[in-house]
Write a protein that binds this ligand. Structure first.
Ligand SMILES: [Fe+2]
Length: 507
């Protein structure tokens, strides 16, 4: 439901072009809730518990059935601004074959859209459904637009009509035929987006095309018990809310539509004291970084400033209470009772330092060539085979080195040599830890893998390691292609080692 996670080695974001047309700006329409909202509450709301997941610190709500949100007039005004020459000239990015994204248009090129998604009425709706007070994550994440390219390709995007085209007779027949097959679930063998979690706590996805005869498009959610659940795709003007930062999900392929335009607006909690795990993952390669980083840094500093103010005010109140309760004259200036708990302040400071570090990390450099940097990481491994060996349940294999050829996609095809290296340091004073070098596939280059949640999404690449033991068999160098850290048992932690240019990586 969010911007796709994987990126192609596609052209970098285009440089902004001078606007040759300001007509759409002049034609901007003021947001009017009575005209532009057509809200009805969702027929049902799924909780985290329904998905066998723990409620987050933000909310127990997981997602919603599609619900009406935009009036037809609001749909048209969104489309009018999104497909204006200014937006197409300045905000269009390529990430996947067959689709383009429009990003960062509000408020400069899309004043109505900006007002719509910042309006108290819309924020009240999304907040009341989500169960937590929400605000747009940043202006840059207002109305991220996914446009599925048709036969006319990119050129046809410039001719996108304001009024969404309706299905052809042929498409309607195909839809009816498909319906007759009673396809209760969508073929998920080729999802359009791999399993992932979003970069922002909440997303609101809205359909801006006529989807009455659409097949597919459902969002599939991964439940805590390993099973999955599908949520219907929204119809035109309708929305779906998802706590996408905390729920692994994917989207089914879409078919039988004359065009497909969806918008995604991302939200974060308004309360600065709530956890804020927003990231820039997956958006940096489709953004003008000078603008994105400005918005990102100022919002993060604003949150920090609010946290500092709230914490300082709490100390002032505590101080006043101490003075009142303990000073014989009730005067400030010589309070002899402890107001500041140093440990408490230290814990607070650590949290803010982490927040600042994350703020900086989300602005780490992309490589100078404009291509994306790949990330090499160290893997701390406790291999199952190793444990079994140390427990005497495995047979020591003869050392061997073999490079898996291109034709061998499975990492298991590589000869594996178990080792007698003792287990991790936490298991004993003389233990050693096994490390390996992991080079992720180039399409993961902009993804932050050095996080505890690295197993939340596919994470494949080449692993290089030395395995063996010092006395009997010796050591061997081992390479494994297409090693997926997210599904393999062994990797326990990834740590950033260095960045290398994707030109030097041969997947
Ligand atoms: Fe998503």
């Amino acid at each position: 439901m969010s911007p796709p996670i994987a990126v192609d080695p596609a052209p970098a974001s285009p440089a902004p072009k001078p606007s040759g047309n300001v007509s759409s700006i002049k034609a901007a329409v003021d947001f009017d809730a009575s005209r532009h909202l057509s809200f009805s509450p969702p027929s049902s709301v799924l909780t985290m518990k329904d998905l066998c997941l723990e409620p987050t610190a933000l909310s127990n709500v997981a997602t919603t059935e599609p619900f009406p949100l935009l009036s037809h007039e609001a749909v048209l005004q969104h489309r009018r601004e999104l497909f204006s020459p200014e937006v197409l000239d300045n905000c269009l990015h390529y990430t996947r074959p067959g689709s383009v994204q429009l990003r960062g248009m509000a408020p400069r090129y899309a004043p109505f859209i900006h007002k719509f998604w910042h309006s108290p009425e819309v924020l009240k709706i999304v907040s009341s459904i989500a169960g937590v007070d929400l605000v747009p994550a940043m202006d840059y994440e207002v109305s991220h637009t996914n446009v599925q390219l048709g036969p006319g390709g990119l050129d046809a995007v410039r001719s996108t009509p304001v009024e969404p085209p309706t299905a052809t007779e042929e498409a309607i027949r195909a839809f009816e035929a498909d319906k007759a097959q009673k396809r209760a679930v969508t073929d998920q063998t080729k999802p359009i987006i791999e399993w992932h979690k979003d970069s922002h706590p909440w997303v609101c996805v809205v359909m801006l095309s006529d989807a009455r005869h659409m097949t597919g498009g459902e969002t599939e959610l991964m439940k805590g018990d390993g099973t999955t659940l599908k949520v219907k795709a929204p119809q035109m003007g309708c929305a779906v809310l998802l706590q996408g930062r905390y729920i692994t999900h994917t989207a089914a392929p879409v078919d039988n539509m004359p065009e497909r335009v969806t918008i995604v607006t991302s939200f974060r909690p308004r309360n600065p004291m709530l956890p804020d795990e927003t990231t820039n993952a997956n958006v940096r390669n489709k953004s003008h970084l000078s603008e994105l980083y400005y918005q990102w840094t100022t919002y993060r500093l604003d949150v920090l400033a609010q946290r500092a103010r709230i914490t300082a005010d709490a100390l002032r109140r505590r101080y006043d209470e101490n003075v009142k309760a303990n000073d014989p004259e009730g005067k400030k200036g010589m309070c002899l009772v402890e107001t500041v708990n140093v440990g408490e302040v230290e814990a607070w400071a650590e949290e803010q330092i982490k927040y600042i570090r994350e703020t900086l990390h989300e602005m780490r450099p992309l490589d100078k060539s404009g291509k994306f940097t790949a990330v090499a990481v160290i893997i701390e491994i406790e291999t199952k085979a190793l444990v079994e060996l140390c427990q005497g349940t495995n047979t020591l294999a003869r050392p061997a080195v073999r490079l898996a050829p291109e034709s061998e996609p499975s990492p298991t095809s590589t000869h594996y040599v178990p080792s007698c290296i003792p287990r991790s340091p936490s298991r004993g004073p003389n233990s050693r830890t096994h490390f390996a070098i992991f080079i992720p596939h180039a399409n993961l280059a902009d993804k932050d893998l050095a996080v505890p949640t690295f197993k939340d999404a596919p994470c494949a690449g080449t692993i290089v390691q030395v395995v063996g033991e010092p006395l009997m068999s010796g050591f061997v160098l081992e390479f494994k292609r297409n090693f997926d850290c997210s599904t393999a048992h062994d990797p326990r932690r990834l740590a950033l080692l260095s960045n290398v240019d994707t030109e030097n990586i041969y997947d």
